[in-house]
Design a protein around this ligand. Structure first.
Ligand SMILES: Cc1ncc(COP(=O)(O)O)c(C=O)c1O
Length: 389
């Protein structure tokens, strides 16, 4: 049994989540429930693997060991039902840097890249920073969950000359776990219009039964020549600061393009601790993950019960995966700026403003439930102060 109730003081540790906010918002005593890292201890088997690497005493150049490839292949096969070979796996310092690499490699300046709206903010940022054109397709809500508008996607694929689609699978911020059928339709459209698809699967381990995660690689190998899958152990095992991720590419031509791009700036090698941490996560992490999922589900239940009772005018999308939750504050009738200020100054709580995820996020907020219950309960009281009618 792991102790997810333990409160670990993170203030004063250069934590982005805890230490950047007082200065940003000029307000003391804020509770952060925004950026996506969790307030739980990184599991002991990962910290021990890092400590063992440190104990070697010499921190020289390291290589990815054979045993790391084996651990990744095994994890992907048993957790996500995809079959990888060693040569399919590239390393990168992060999923977001890999997205930037794919944009740079597979598209030309001013060509169009499609993303959903709303979606994880850096998707848009990476497209814009690389001087490509952002084309969005709105996620609509049906039966309380996000669904893709395939007609809109097809229309824009054909008229806007889209070269690359960036998918959050599962979906951040809505917690939607895309079905096999939805992925098949999307990838079939990509094939028809020769659009590359990048499937960001960093949240794929955190899925709530009866929902089942489907990797984009699990649909049909006919899509492999257009498909890149990104994953990492850093989100699941709460070690984002380690900066380590994987790029999976099955098609050798596509992989050669990405490897050549990585070679240009010597990007494909990772720090010693990243290798050690990821291998330990995938070798020893199953039980910890199972307990984590149970704990997050309980947090989710507490959150939804509280909102139903105390803040019924705020509707909540029940996540199928991820430790995030997407809440609809539009009934308050506030501008995005006023809503944010009310949360900061009245509730003394920092959430991720929905508008940062796209125009369709206006009036919404994203809350991070990856914290001990005591912190969640404190957060709920603060939310009540800020969001009461
Ligand atoms: C969908 C998604 N992709 C990528 C990342 C970040 O990945 P990395 O830290 O490896 O760049 C996050 C972090 O919240 C995320 O939610």
């Amino acid at each position: 049994m792991y102790n997810f109730d333990q409160i670990i003081l993170r203030k004063g540790t250069n934590s982005k989540k805890w230490d950047s906010i007082d200065e940003t918002y000029h307000e003391a005593g804020l509770l952060p429930m925004w950026v996506a890292d969790m307030d739980f201890a990184t599991p002991d088997f990962i910290r021990e693997a890092i400590a063992a690497a440190l104990d070697h005493k010499v921190l020289g150049y390291t290589m990815a060991p054979e045993s790391l490839y084996e651990a990744i292949i095994q994890w992907e096969a048993t957790q996500h039902q995809i079959q990888l070979k060693k040569e399919h796996i590239l390393f990168s310092p992060g999923v977001v840097p890999s997205i930037a690499l794919a944009i740079e490699t597979l598209t030309q300046v001013e060509e169009a890249v499609m993303i959903h709206d709303p979606v994880y903010t850096p998707f848009r940022e990476m497209v814009e920073q690389n001087n490509r054109k952002v084309i969005t397709s709105t996620l609509t809500i049906e039966n309380g969950q996000f669904v893709m508008d395939f007609k809109d996607i097809e229309k824009k694929f054909s008229t806007e000359k889209v070269r690359l689609f960036i998918l959050s699978n599962p979906q951040n911020p809505g917690g939607r776990v895309w079905s096999r059928g939805e992925l098949n339709t999307l990838l079939s459209l990509c094939k028809k219009y020769q659009v590359y698809c990048l499937s960001d699967e960093i949240h794929s381990d955190l899925i709530f039964a009866p929902h089942q995660f489907t990797s984009a690689f699990a649909i049909d190998e006919a899509f492999d020549d257009l498909l890149i899958v990104l994953n990492a152990a850093t989100k699941t095992f709460n070690m984002a600061g380690v900066k380590h991720s994987m790029i999976y590419v099955k098609d050798s031509v596509l992989r050669a393009k990405l490897m050549a791009a990585q070679a240009k700036s010597e990007q494909g090698t990772i720090n010693t601790f990243g290798y050690a941490a990821t291998e330990a996560a995938y070798r020893y992490g199953k039980d910890w993950l199972k307990e984590l999922i149970g704990y997050i589900q309980e947090n989710q239940r507490l959150f939804m019960d509280f909102f139903a009772k105390e803040l019924p005018h705020i509707s909540v999308i029940k996540p199928e995966g991820t430790y995030l939750i997407w809440i609809d504050c539009r009934s308050l009738g506030l501008s995005d700026q006023t809503l944010k200020e009310r949360l900061i100054h009245q509730g003394k709580i920092v959430l991720s403003p929905g508008i940062d995820y796209g125009l369709n996020g206006s009036g919404w907020m994203r809350v991070n439930l990856g914290c001990p219950k005591e912190i969640l309960e404190d957060g709920l009281q603060r939310l009540k102060l800020a969001l009461a009618k």
